[in-house]
Design a protein around this ligand. Structure first.
Ligand code: FAD
Length: 348
């Protein structure tokens, strides 16, 4: 892309995902990060709200940091479908020219982000864990111009064994997807009054492709582990699916929720939506109990931001102790029931 064209692209945009006319938490988290980036660039934060009868949601996006909300409202956008949403977001990009476009790495965002980036002919860095503004290349390189004010997108690479920082200096917008739970939303602004712009690129029958006949919702009474304040997480060391009963009892007395490592999911002991880590969920509870979990880098990536980490492991050299605030070395079969009893007594 010509430099003169690149300079036409301004502001930090966030795809404000909504489902059933309720804004998904990831949208607020991305707005929090967008605000930092926009401050560094001295630009504005813009939310893109796509759906049907969604205009009323714009005020909430303002409260969490959007200076402006672009609303694409059309009957065709009532339920998420790849093609109309791709057309909507790609059209917004072509019309308004954002410098940065952030999308949540949710099921919807993972489908939408790459398609939109291909359609507007730019790059996309998936599953970022950190976003910053800086020079690229990071250090001066002979024969290569170092450009300031680039979006530096950091993500684990090679199965989590290294961290890569990626930039998109020659195309716009700079696009990234970010996993839920990684960025932090701001405290809501009480008197926010974002500018609201309505835009409709027009939807032709060609944009339909998929027709939704019926929606069957998965009903679950399990708390989303990303919302839990206390997580009691078990690993392979728990030994058997039946032994998780011990963790459930501990979770009950502390008012927590059970989660697990990938080894537990792979063994078929627990469902995937309870998995913490790089290929599971990123969590930030107030307290995280890691019980019989070794602390592999891919697990730690999903829980290291917890406020307080308590690890129980029989191996004193287990890497989980490197990130734990409190560590108990010993057999979990003895320690967990004792701990549950003592907490019960203390709370009685
Ligand atoms: P183990 O590593 O087997 O550890 C079991 C621990 O229990 C040991 O430390 C042992 O000392 C302890 N123990 C055993 N018995 C007892 C006892 N009686 N009392 C006390 N302690 C005991 N992993 C994830 O968790 N989440 C992910 O999202 C994830 N994504 C991945 C993505 C990729 C691309 C790859 C390659 C791997 C990923 N993994 C992930 C897998 C990860 O590398 C580890 O294999 C996994 O986290 C190990 O799970 P674990 O700690 O439960 O089991």
């Amino acid at each position: 892309m010509e430099q003169s064209l690149i300079e036409q692209y301004k502001d930090v945009y966030v795809f404000a995902q909504q489902v059933d006319n309720e804004i998904s938490p990831i949208a607020f988290e991305l707005l929090g990060k967008a605000k930092d980036l926009a401050n560094d660039l001295n630009e504005k934060v813009v939310a893109v709200l796509i759906g049907h009868n969604v205009k009323d949601l714009a005020a909430q996006l303002g409260a969490y940091g959007a200076d402006k909300v672009i609303v694409v409202d059309d009957k065709e956008l009532e339920v998420y479908r790849t093609e109309p949403y791709t057309h909507a977001l790609a059209s917004v990009i072509n019309e308004f020219k954002p410098e940065i476009m952030l999308v949540g790495a949710t099921a919807i965002g993972r489908d939408l982000g790459p398609r939109v980036s291909a359609r507007v002919q730019t790059g996309l860095t998936a599953d970022c864990t950190s976003l910053e503004i800086g020079n690229f290349p990071l250090n001066p390189m002979p024969g290569r111009e170092q450009k300031p004010n680039q979006l530096l997108m950091t993500r684990p690479a090679f199965g989590g064994n290294t961290i890569a920082t990626i930039a998109c200096p020659d195309n716009r917008p700079q696009m990234a997807t970010v996993r839920p739970g990684v960025m932090q939303k701001i405290e809501p602004i009480a008197d926010a009054n974002p500018e609201v712009v309505e835009y409709n690129p027009g939807f032709t029958p060609d944009n339909k492709y998929v027709e939704i006949l019926d929606i069957v919702k998965n009903v679950s009474d399990v708390v989303d582990i990303q919302d839990a304040k206390i997580l009691v997480s078990g690993g392979r060391g728990v030994g058997t699916p039946e032994n998780f009963k011990m963790l459930e009892e501990l979770a009950e007395v502390v008012g927590g929720t059970v989660s697990c490592s990938r080894a537990v999911v792979d063994a078929g002991w627990k469902p995937q939506d309870l998995q913490v880590g790089q290929t599971g969920k990123t969590v930030r509870p107030q307290v995280y109990f890691a019980i019989g979990i070794s602390g592999a880098i891919q697990h730690v990536a999903g829980m290291e931001e917890s406020d307080l980490i308590i690890a129980i492991n029989k191996d004193e050299d287990a890497p989980i102790f490197d990130v734990a605030d409190y560590g108990i070395v010993g057999d979990l079969n003895k320690i967990v029931p004792l701990l549950t009893e003592e907490i019960k007594k203390a709370l009685a």
